[in-house]
Design a protein around this ligand. Structure first.
Ligand code: CA
Length: 714
């Protein structure tokens, strides 16, 4: 597990090495803060007697004055010639957003809200480099009172390499004196100052749910259109902008706060210079009172959409995160996404025919994808169907764990498409070939090896040398390797590898850095009065109880130590009790905000656990929601709390954002492929056991489990 987190960090560092031609993102320092109060990505410093208004050492977010709805940054200071103040604003780092437009200009919008008219008290602006040093200062000239004004500065004036820039800094103009109150918004680099010739905007779909309205428009291909501006009528006549959405997206989810109310919308296109098109025709939809069933449908549909219309274009499979790399397929997340697509088909979010068309595309892509002894790489470049080394040069081959997540999804799909129809047959046959081609036994490395290995590289072979040892997310890898009808490993590897009690395995488990509890695989301790049969530490992050059991029905997974439904349920309850106790004193934790697991975080991706040293104050909605079959009451409470009380920052186009940390006043900007689908699938397993039934109906799966259970009877 540790390796996974290290790799995820490495991904950010080494990503520039990728060769794939990704579409370019705009380079934006600030448009809107998702949270009110203070702006997480800012830092303020002051030397008295100068003063600057700050909250917890950060710049205040202001929603009363905004160039783009909903907010701007407030820069309110009192300069003194013998003091100084500085306000740094950092570009939020987003995983996989690593290909940007070539920057030529800095563009920002300023509103001067001071009655003070002296021009010299305007700040100087510098750019912040990766090594934390500052560029040349450039003076910002005075703008008219109470009017938003665009300031454009050619990058060459700062004398920097734009690719080195991580932030922008405002500071006291040396020698200046007096108070000033400014608002700053929409800070970004521009590649050109082109204006757009706007087509007439159209709202193509509008649908109301409990408290939000989903708005869709046709995909925008004109690169001169920068944003889509969403307007909502707040009475019969008056219209106000609610938000802008990046034009690379074709949807926005407007969280309205109101249930059982009709809302009317119009949209407009906006270019880089913030010229605005005519508005679309108004369209109305109503939010509605939903019972628990319809509420669960709503949550499932939103996250299903990540894998449906958020998919990578060539393959129809899942991206690592959105926003993020747009040409890159994440194979494990795709396995989870495949199961979410099945749920979406069964719940009629799409038709069976649409689903068949998608699965024909998926299976034909997977058959031509570059494979390594039948195993898929962690990441695949969509257009070329070749390995993508997003986690670094060593990870350029097969990843057996990601492959097992993918196969788990495919076997559920094989059971779902069971009709005598030509296309359904084609899907089943392709899945059978892909499943039969995986050489699980190759990943044992030596004929008598006790462990399966995580990776193999065609030129560096076993260089990563990561042996698979439980308890973690890799149980499904052993179960499938044992169940394979073509390249099986012996069932004894379940106990010699996954559940090994050898010194190597004990040291490996201790090496995760928490406690030695569970280092024998078996645990036996009580936590919060709950006895834990197996599991490292006090159970580990919750995704251990999700990834392997989206398809594998844990009620049917038994070994000589425990039943995995009961054990997973205990792990979920320990996590819940820990969050209620909240030893770290983190803001927001309760019996309806809980579930520590792996997710995006304020500083980086991390796998959080219910022990103080692995608890960072961060809650990922997938933690509690994907635990639905284990803890239905507490999962439902969390789901309603997240939607009803945090929806204004946590809800978006693909359901819940990945994570939030109220102690840091931070909410993730992204959705993750590994975290959205488990919510869809586990809610469904709670409701109908659909995916469990489908996956378990493959005859070789039950036979594989029986082989392990036969070892227990002498
Ligand atoms: Ca704004």
């Amino acid at each position: 597990m540790k390796l996974r987190s290290i790799f995820l960090l490495m991904g950010i560092i080494v990503s520039n090495m990728a060769i794939a031609q990704e579409p370019l993102y705009p380079f934006t320092f600030f448009t809107n803060s998702s949270m009110a109060g203070d702006h997480f990505f800012s830092a303020v410093q002051v030397n008295t007697p100068s003063k600057i208004y700050s909250i917890r050492g950060r710049l205040p977010v202001n929603s009363a004055y905004a160039h783009t709805a909903g907010n701007s940054l407030q820069l309110e200071y009192n300069s003194d010639p013998s003091g100084n103040w500085t306000a740094d604003i950092f570009k939020p780092e987003i995983r996989g957003q690593d290909f940007f437009i070539t920057a030529k200009y800095l563009s920002l919008w300023i509103m001067n809200n001071s009655v003070e008219l002296s021009g010299h008290n305007f700040p100087v602006c510098r750019l912040i480099k990766k090594d934390s040093s500052y560029s040349n200062p450039v003076k910002i000239t005075r703008t008219k009172w109470s009017k938003w004004k665009q300031v454009i500065i050619p990058i060459e004036k700062f004398n920097v390499n734009a690719a080195d820039i991580i932030g922008i800094s405002f500071s006291q103009n040396p020698g200046s004196i007096g108070k000033q109150s400014l608002y700053i918004d929409d800070i970004e680099f521009l590649g050109d100052l082109n204006e757009a010739a706007f087509p007439k905007p159209v709202i193509s779909k509008l649908k109301g749910y409990s408290k939000h309205i989903d708005i869709e428009w046709p995909v925008i291909t004109d690169s001169n259109i920068r944003y889509v501006k969403i307007y909502r009528y707040f009475d019969k006549i008056r219209l106000s902008a609610v938000r802008i959405q990046d034009a690379w997206s074709n949807r926005y989810s407007d969280y309205t706060e109101g249930t059982g109310r009709e809302y009317t919308y119009r949209i407009a296109y906006v270019d880089k210079m913030f010229n605005e098109s005519k508005k679309s025709e108004p369209v109305s939809a109503a939010t509605q009172q939903l019972d628990d069933d319809a509420f669960l449908d709503m949550i499932q549909e939103a996250s299903f959409r990540y894998y449906w219309d958020g998919a990578e274009k060539v393959s129809g499979l899942a991206k690592e995160n959105i926003p993020g790399r747009r040409n890159m397929v994440a194979s494990g997340a795709s396995g989870f996404g495949i199961m979410a697509l099945l749920v979406g088909t069964e719940r009629k979010f799409i038709t069976r025919q649409e689903s068949i068309d998608r699965f024909l595309k998926i299976t034909s892509f997977l058959e031509r994808t570059e494979k390594f002894h039948g195993a898929f790489s962690h990441f695949i470049d969509g257009p070329s169907a070749k390995v993508e080394t997003f986690f670094g040069k060593r990870d350029n081959g097969g990843d057996l764990v990601e492959t097992s997540f993918l196969i788990q999804g495919l076997l559920a799909a094989k059971a779902y498409f069971n009709k005598e129809d030509e296309n359904e047959k084609k899907i089943r046959e392709a899945i059978t070939r892909i499943w039969h081609d995986v050489e699980w036994d190759w990943y044992r490395r030596y004929p008598d090896n006790k462990y399966l290995l995580w990776h193999w590289s065609p030129d560096q072979e076993w260089v990563i040398d990561h042996k698979l040892v439980g308890w973690n997310e890799t149980m499904v890898t052993y179960l499938l390797a044992i169940a394979s009808p073509t390249h099986a490993v012996p069932a004894t590897m379940y106990y010699s590898g996954w559940a090994s009690q050898d010194v190597f395995a004990q040291e490996y488990r201790k090496g995760w850095g928490q406690t030695s509890n569970g280092s024998m695989y078996t645990n036996g301790n009580k936590y919060f009065g709950i006895k834990l049969d197996i599991g490292v530490s006090n159970g580990g992050p919750l995704f251990f109880t999700h990834y392997s059991y989206l398809g594998y029905d844990p009620k049917q997974v038994n070994d000589k130590y425990t039943n995995y439904f009961t054990n997973n349920q205990n792990i979920a309850n320990i996590n819940l009790r820990y969050c209620i106790k909240n030893p770290g004193g983190y803001k927001g934790y309760s019996d309806s905000a809980w579930g520590l697991t792996a997710s995006d975080g304020p500083f980086n991706y991390s796998a959080d656990e219910p022990v103080p040293q692995q608890d960072r104050g961060k809650i990922a909605p997938t933690g509690a929601i994907s635990s639905f079959p284990y803890t239905p009451g507490a999962s439902m409470r969390a789901l309603k709390n997240y939607y009803n009380n945090y929806g204004h920052f946590l809800w978006g186009e693909y359901g819940f954002k990945d994570a939030f940390n109220l102690s840091q006043n931070w909410c993730s900007a992204l959705y993750m492929g590994l975290n959205q689908a488990p919510m869809v699938v586990m809610i469904e397993n709670y409701r109908t056991e659909l995916i469990w039934k489908l996956f378990m109906s493959n005859p070789e799966i039950k036979e594989g489990l029986k082989k392990i259970q036969d070892l227990n009877t002498p």
